[in-house]
Design a protein around this ligand. Structure first.
Ligand SMILES: *Cc1c(COP(=O)(O)O)cnc(C)c1O
Length: 399
């Protein structure tokens, strides 16, 4: 390992850090990052093994603990996020579970905004209470509800912004203030905004989690996740959890995601620009009852969005006039835009949340979250936006 990184790499701007950050090279000096597909590592002697295990020698021990390709991914995304430390995981859900489990013990309490990705909601609402961790789910856009939910044993606050699928914006700085005042840890799932357009740590959050499956891969190839925070918590709480329970990222996925990071700024910028154009087009359409896009002034929380996001995101939501039947007819008439529950992809993807991602939470919970039967979530891809608009126009005409 030559480790020939230039000094001063922390001063790199994001686009540079995403191409070069964290790179370590083998003695061959390869251009592209090496995939270290190895379970373990060998030692030059018994003394070397001893030193590795007691921490005197910081080298690698076993890929469940750490792996050189995974370390490159962690170091690269850490630079982008401006975090002290990162741990990569097998999926976004492994990252969310890790961040929550490393924050609480039996007898603690957490508060979460109820507009959560389905599996995140399961962890907060069902799984944690099973282990003696109480949870309160609130409307995250109402800051008073966060304050009112605080208990003496509140240890973690958890939110997503923009939320899935209705793209509500939660004031991260305001929630961070509450969290700091009670000494709890604020965990932000930053998937929808992407690291390019929202920096929760700078807004006062303690932990950022990603499903790297989404924009970071962005090409539909593999799952991954990452938890970013301060060095102390990652070393003391997150690392032992990963080491002993095994939610680590595979070196192959880490390599795919390293390549994803190289083009992340370009892809997200193009997808966001297209999303903004499509949002403007959809607003004028008679069959579209509602259009929700965080980059538009008519978004219900446009002021908060402007304060904490650098752009409107690659995602938009629209409500088709005529409920489920009309929404299905529209979606089925799309040719270019694919029906899928994934997001952040190079390919434009559309989802009907009420019958897919949010089917299991039930009608009452959907109504509470504003997920009507006409709502569609649209992840804008890398196609020419004019082709996407023409596909939408044609499908709208058949409703
Ligand atoms: C997809 C997603 C997750 C889960 O990530 P996986 O990689 O699918 O496990 C968590 N939170 C949000 C907001 C997501 O979009």
């Amino acid at each position: 390992m030559t480790g020939n990184n230039k000094t001063g790499e922390n001063n790199w701007r994001p686009a540079t850090a995403l191409v070069h950050g964290g790179t370590t090279r083998s003695p061959f000096g390869e251009t592209s990052e090496t995939i270290y597909l190895t379970q373990g590592f060998t030692y030059s002697g018994a003394e070397a093994a001893e030193a590795r295990f007691n921490g005197e020698d910081p080298g690698y021990v076993y890929s469940r603990y750490a792996n050189p390709t995974v370390s490159m991914f962690e170091n690269r995304i850490k630079m982008l996020e401006g975090a002290e430390a990162a741990r990569a995981t097998a999926s976004g859900m492994a990252a969310v579970n890790l961040a929550l489990m490393a924050s609480v013990k039996a007898g603690d309490h957490i508060i979460a905004a109820k507009a959560l990705f389905g599996s995140c909601r399961y962890i907060c609402e069902t799984l944690l209470p099973r282990f003696g961790v109480e949870s309160t789910l609130i409307d995250g856009t109402d800051i008073d509800q966060w304050k009112a939910a605080v208990k003496p044993n509140t240890k973690a606050l958890f939110l997503e912004s923009p939320t899935n699928p209705t793209l509500e914006i939660i004031d991260i700085a305001a929630v961070a203030e509450i969290s700091k005042s009670i000494g709890a840890r604020l965990i932000v799932d930053n998937v929808f905004a992407t690291p390019m357009y929202q920096s929760p740590l700078q807004l006062g959050a303690d932990v950022v989690v990603y499903s790297a499956t989404k924009h970071i891969d962005g090409q539909g190839r593999c799952l991954g996740g990452v938890v970013l925070s301060d060095e102390e918590w990652i070393t003391e709480e997150v690392m032992p959890f990963v080491k002993h329970t095994g939610p680590h990222m595979s070196p192959f996925s880490a390599w795919v995601l390293l390549k994803g990071l190289e083009t992340l700024p370009l892809r997200v910028a193009q997808q966001t620009s297209s999303a903004s154009k499509i949002a403007d087009f959809l607003v004028g359409q008679p069959k579209v009852a509602r259009l929700i896009y965080p980059g538009r002034d008519d978004h219900p929380q446009a002021d908060v969005a402007k304060r904490q996001m650098r752009a409107g995101s690659t995602m938009l939501a629209l409500e088709i006039e005529g409920g489920k039947e009309a929404a299905f007819r529209f979606v089925n008439a799309l040719e270019l835009i694919k029906i899928s529950n994934n997001l952040g992809d190079a390919k434009s993807l559309i989802t009907h949340p009420a019958t897919t991602t949010h089917q299991s939470i039930g009608e009452e919970a959907r109504a509470e979250l504003g997920i009507s039967d006409g709502i569609l979530r649209f992840s804008v891809g890398l196609e020419d936006p004019q082709d996407l608009i023409e596909d939408i126009e044609k499908a709208l005409s058949v409703i």
